[in-house]
Design a protein around this ligand. Sequence first.
Ligand SMILES: CC(=O)N[C@H]1[C@@H](OP(=O)(O)O)O[C@H](CO)[C@@H](O)[C@@H]1O
Ligand SMILES: [Mg+2]
Length: 561
Amino acid sequence: MNDNQKSLILNSSTQYPLPQGVKLSYGTAGFRADASILESTVFRVGILAALRSLKTQALTGLMITASHNKVNDNGVKIADPSGGMLTQEWEPFADAISNSPTPQHLVQLIDEFVKKENIRFDGARSAEILLGRDTRPSGESLLEAAKQGVYSIVGATATDMGILTTPQLHWMVRARNKGMKATELDYFEQLSSSFRCLVDLTPNQIKMNKTDDKLVVDGANGVGGEKLEVLKKMLNSMVIEVRNSGKEGGVLNEGVGADYVQKEKVVPQGFYLKDVGIRCASLDGDADRLVYFSVQSNNASNIDLVDGDKILSLFALFIKEQLSILKMEGGDHVDENYEARLGVVQTAYANGASTDYLKQLGLEVVFTPTGVKYLHEKAAEYDIGIYFEANGHGTILFSEGFLSWLDARNNELSSKSKGSEQQKAALRLLAVSNLINQAVGDALSGLLLVEAILQYKGWSIHNWSELYHDLPSRQLKVKVVDRTAVVTANAETVVVRPPLIQEAINVEVAKYPRGRSFIRPSGTEDVIRIYAEASIQEAADSLANSVAKLADQFLGFGNSG
Ligand SMILES: CC(=O)N[C@H]1[C@@H](OP(=O)(O)O)O[C@H](CO)[C@@H](O)[C@@H]1O
Ligand SMILES: [Mg+2]
């Protein structure tokens, strides 16, 4: 970096001092904290986004959101040029600059990093960043901080894309870097046209009954509801009612949204007994998570939850079916029975019944640690990789190689046997690849795919929910002295440190039929999370409680000495 560049960073960072005592970490999903202490962090992430753009010689994205957190929180994360999450290799640098105590120190850190990464400042291509934010009131001033961060790098440009869902911003970054159409309208057009294409390929004999026509969506009082209102106007065939859109005066994520519905297993605000039998869905605050539910007739606050695992199962079932239709009957082309590698990725939080179901379908199921960056990376190893966290974040990734094969296969079929079942299967798979967000999990595109598949199958939410029965489960969290003392292995299913705790957990688990339990340090909160499942709810509760006691004994304050 030349002196001009250094003094530019020095001067602008003086405007954004780090508040006393603040120490943040990029964590599982970017920086998150109370919005009042975040300006300096967001400013510095603006610099980071520009450096990442220079390093990759491509466009990057910066999103201001705290997802399902309370409204007073906010956060910031980066979209890499692929549209995915920031490369994990840069996370330590993100931590270092965000916690750097003085402007001088910050400049020094950046200078060292630029040398180490060999980032070129020769102006061959300037940094270019797309900025987005969710509906949080603090978003506007934080956006200004992000812009100032970007402008601290000579020649860098920042384009404010306005209020967006997180997946929209990731989608735009990916599309821009691929030279495709990338405006918000293009996003809506791609989703709605591929959805219509899928629906047009629904077998004629399938017709849903009246209640099943309607979908009611809880928008978490966030950005998702607003965007869904726009999208739904482009889908004439569907009746979607949006509640908790944020316009009715409700508070973001308060008693509403996918995180609340999935964790508490109760109806969100604005849903009542009159909704029994209707298909309902819930988005989170930045619309990258989706769960479905239906209100139970015995008690209006009870729901039948259809979580990320079941969305995954529905998607996997559909894809597998289309692949086998495509494989029916031979032909003369050598390549035509290309064995597509289909893989399913879950975490230890996936309900055991879902894993059993997927395996019983004959699918390859693999596990990664918690955090979509791990699931996404794994899913990208397959021709078709489907990943979901139980909480409803996930998508389907298609490899370039498979898509070009599919395209060629479709052309071939359309000249030889236009309108055949095989050709329809090829068209369906192509439509899915255009509909489902290839950059990150996206509640809006996920919702449209669920809807198209339910129509295809002629299924009610009840039919879908009956794919398998969830094992009763319980999640708890325990505050301990130092959560980093817990080190796990095998996709977080066993504890390797501290010693002996795993043996003690095993003893508890062995007491319950179908018992399973694990503990891990959270990447977003200062707690240890406990998960337990068993054949009946009381057993899952009791197992979770015993394991929580063990966590307390081995790691708790009582033992801190
Ligand atoms: C059990 C659980 O839901 N964990 C969530 C939560 O991570 P933790 O590391 O468990 O705090 O937030 C992550 C980011 O949103 C999400 O990816 C993950 O699934
Ligand atoms: Mg989210």
